[in-house]
Design a protein around this ligand. Structure first.
Ligand code: DGY
Length: 323
């Protein structure tokens, strides 16, 4: 069996792989396996261990003649042509649940950092501009008791709602499908998108990438938000029209935004958004705690080995492949 790792994974968990399997791994720590290399290596691979940075499209599956399993070290799978995988009879595994707390924590981190202008304040000190305590120096927004609007009430949304409740926040949500059970269990209320944007002090985007959610947040939607409100995206960059976000932030029509994800990753220094003081950007690190990433590796490896043995995966994206 040949297993292809498209990124360098250094983990004791790799000992799970039977010794007689051939392992091909892209060795460069912080770079993506080039497309031509990926297509060449997958041609005779039985399994692929991949993540959000590889595009697994029709062309990829045409090259993957022997492939029995796609194992994603990620919960999101918008980079994989799922229909094509299913057509080829290939199960696609992913790693939900284990990362929900970490991603929700990053959403909170960005909310706090934006609300209290943490990055701007630090730059102020580094620039040696701090002369004295100021009555309204970097005055920001309060979080406790404020209203949080969650767009996309899935696994991560539910954890974020619980965490927000501990901060005494009111929580409202917008979702494709309303979920009365969640409303009762978590004491959250449903709103249509416009009402959520108008009411909330903090808006967190958690809806997955799809045709339906593409540019779900544009100028019209941002304009519903309050000038004191903060927008956070820890889902996928495609849900937000970045040109419109830039416009609304420069016009100071919302207070600030915190982004973990971008329309094009990596975002480059020259990007207009990065010139703004009221924008905080981090490099797609939502699930990036040591413990979470270890668990993601473990689950992705287990999915991969199960797939190679013809067993059902722990978490399959395309359940229909088993039918
Ligand atoms: C995911 O899992 O989909 C994240 O975006 C990467 O951790």
């Amino acid at each position: 069996m040949k297993i292809l790792f498209t990124r360098s994974i250094q983990s004791p968990m790799l000992s799970m792989i039977p010794e007689d399997y051939e392992v091909v791994m892209w060795k460069e720590e912080n770079s993506v396996m080039p497309r031509n290399e990926l297509l060449k290596e997958v041609a005779d691979a039985d399994a692929i261990f991949t993540n959000v940075t590889d595009l697994l499209d029709k062309e990829f599956f045409e090259h993957a003649k022997k492939l029995k399993i796609v194992s994603l070290m990620a919960v999101g799978f918008d980079n994989v042509d799922i229909q094509e995988a299913t057509k080829c009879g290939i199960p696609v595994g992913h790693t939900p649940d284990v990362l929900s707390e970490a991603v929700a924590e990053l959403a909170l981190t960005l909310m706090f950092a934006c609300a209290r202008r943490v990055v701007e304040s630090m730059q102020f000190i580094k620039d040696n501009k701090w002369e004295s305590w100021g009555p309204y120096l970097f005055a920001g927004q309060k979080i406790s008791g404020a209203k949080l609007g969650i767009i996309g009430m899935g696994r991560i949304g539910k954890i974020l709602a619980q965490q927000a409740k501990a901060l005494n926040m009111d929580v409202v949500y917008y979702n494709r499908r309303r979920n009365p059970q969640t409303e009762t269990e978590l004491d959250v209320e449903y709103r249509d998108l416009e009402s959520l944007l108008k009411e909330s002090d903090y808006v967190v985007m958690l809806a997955p990438a799809s045709q339906e959610t593409y540019h779900m947040m544009g100028y019209e939607q941002f304009a519903f938000m309050k000038p004191t409100s903060v927008f956070v995206n820890v889902s996928r960059g495609s849900t937000v029209n970045e040109k419109d976000l830039y416009k609304i932030l420069s016009e100071k029509k919302i207070f600030a935004a915190g982004l973990d994800v971008f329309e094009e990753e990596p975002i480059r220094k020259e990007h207009p958004l990065l010139t703004l003081d009221n924008l905080i950007a981090v490099p797609h690190i939502g699930s990036g705690t040591q413990e979470t990433r270890d668990k993601m590796v473990e689950i992705a490896l287990k999915n991969m080995l199960k797939g190679l043995n013809g067993e059902r995966l722990l978490h399959t994206v395309n359940e229909e492949v088993y039918e």
